[in-house]
Design a protein around this ligand. Structure first.
Ligand code: F3S
Length: 413
């Protein structure tokens, strides 16, 4: 692997131990993937900010790095933590657990990480531009940055993301190379389905695409239009049920103005037809167990936008969450503040729902609740809930989720 004089100096330890160690890790990663050189990155995003992910090993590594004077070299943001920093007691988080997450926050702060605590950093804090190289982790953010914004990042692992932040570089392989960004597998939407495509179909289609695609690059044709939030929901589901880090949606995403551009002039290696039957089958797979009494409803995965907060508020206005049911809305502090100014938070909380800020159901320890059935409109929650929350999960549209919170009952569609 070719290294510049500056990189060689870093490896020789001239810029301190944190940089030397970080570059050594990145060089080894690059050699494993056949990278010819490093590339400078515009920003980093860290999934290892969560105690659930970083664990005690993360605390030990971060402590050592701080003692050695580590500082991030590029704009670096943090993914959701494992607690809501202001309301963790409300969510029955054990105090010892909360203390470990607070310690991680202090350590990251000392390294210069921006405490965004969100999986949607691309909306305001860390907005990539087309063609920029990044060093990001968090599967839902990586797939959004690559696909919708046209930036370039591989799906980095925890700790490796911090190495990238500390040296401002990543090895140039995979999705940093234009020739590795071409579509491989084509998903053709039935025109009859495409004409009646609804909001909740996006995470379902994403889930289906992820299952079939694995880590290849899917191209979807037949979607007529999609909002920012719909693309967010689609990508998060595809990145959870598969390892999708980049997708192209013809006529919608920037590297797919035409079908030919999406495939870089090559034919697809596989074609998949998606009609109502395939969507119905996937919907079935996204729920475990049967419907019935609801314990908890989770919306805002990935973190809710102001538009979504407005929608929750309008669905909850004048209503009341059923006694014994928890309705949790996950978002970040900036959206919370804006939604509060606009009166949405007041409406949501008056109905008995709770805001879960800077974290989510999948990042927090929820054992103390003993939940048996969760309802969600998120493909990513639907995929992870049986293992992270340990409960049954029913996937439903946003409207059906709010209705389930109000009635305390859900039907499996
Ligand atoms: Fe974000 Fe948590 Fe969902 S990190 S993407 S809200 S599982």
């Amino acid at each position: 692997m070719h290294l510049t004089d500056e990189e060689q100096r870093i490896l020789n330890g001239e810029h301190g131990e944190p940089q030397r160690l970080s570059l050594q890790v990145l060089v080894k990663l690059g050699e494993a993937y056949g990278a010819e050189r490093m590339v400078e990155i515009r920003s980093a995003h860290l999934v290892g900010s969560s105690y659930q992910i970083a664990g005690e090993a993360g605390i030990a590594i971060y402590t050592q790095l701080v003692e050695q004077g580590a500082r991030v070299k590029v704009r670096t943001t943090s993914d959701p933590g494992s607690i809501d920093f202001t309301r963790w007691r409300q969510f029955r988080t054990p105090a010892e657990y909360a203390e470990r997450q607070i310690l991680i926050a202090e350590l990251l702060d000392r390294m210069g990480v921006i405490p965004t605590w969100t999986c949607t950093p691309y909306t305001i804090f860390n907005v990539p531009r087309f063609g920029e190289d990044l060093g990001w982790s968090e599967s839902s953010a990586v797939v959004f940055a690559n696909s919708v914004m046209g930036a370039r990042t591989n799906r980095l692992a925890a700790y490796v993301d911090l190495c990238a932040a500390l040296v401002g570089r990543v090895p140039r392989f995979g999705l940093h190379l234009p020739e590795h960004r071409r579509g491989e597998i084509l998903f053709e939407l039935d025109p009859a389905l495409s004409a009646s495509f609804e909001d909740h179909h996006f995470p379902v289609l994403g889930y289906l695409v992820g299952q079939v695609t694995g880590d290849r690059i899917p191209v979807i044709v037949g979607i007529r239009e999609a909002t920012f939030d719909q693309l967010k929901a689609f990508g998060a589901a595809a990145a959870a049920s598969g390892s999708v880090a980049l997708y192209h949606m013809v006529g919608i995403t920037p590297e797919a103005r035409t079908l030919d551009e999406a495939f870089g002039g090559r034919p697809p290696v596989e074609r998949i037809f998606v009609g109502k039957r395939e969507i119905a089958r996937t919907l079935e797979q996204m729920s475990s167990g049967n419907g019935g009494t609801v314990d908890v409803v989770g919306v805002g995965c990935p973190h809710a936008s102001v538009d979504q907060m407005r929608r929750y508020a309008s669905l909850l206005d004048g209503k009341r969450v059923h006694a014994g049911v928890e309705l949790w809305v996950c978002t970040n502090t900036v959206v919370e503040e804006m939604a509060r100014k606009m009166g949405y938070v007041e409406t949501i909380e008056r109905a008995g729902a709770k805001l879960m800020v800077g974290t989510c159901h999948n990042d927090c320890p929820l054992g103390a609740w003993g939940f048996r059935r969760l309802v969600t409109d998120s493909g990513k929650f639907a995929y992870y809930t049986p293992t992270t929350v340990g409960s049954e999960c029913v996937f439903a549209s946003t409207e059906a989720c709010i209705a389930a919170a109000i009635t305390g009952q859900v039907e499996r569609r």
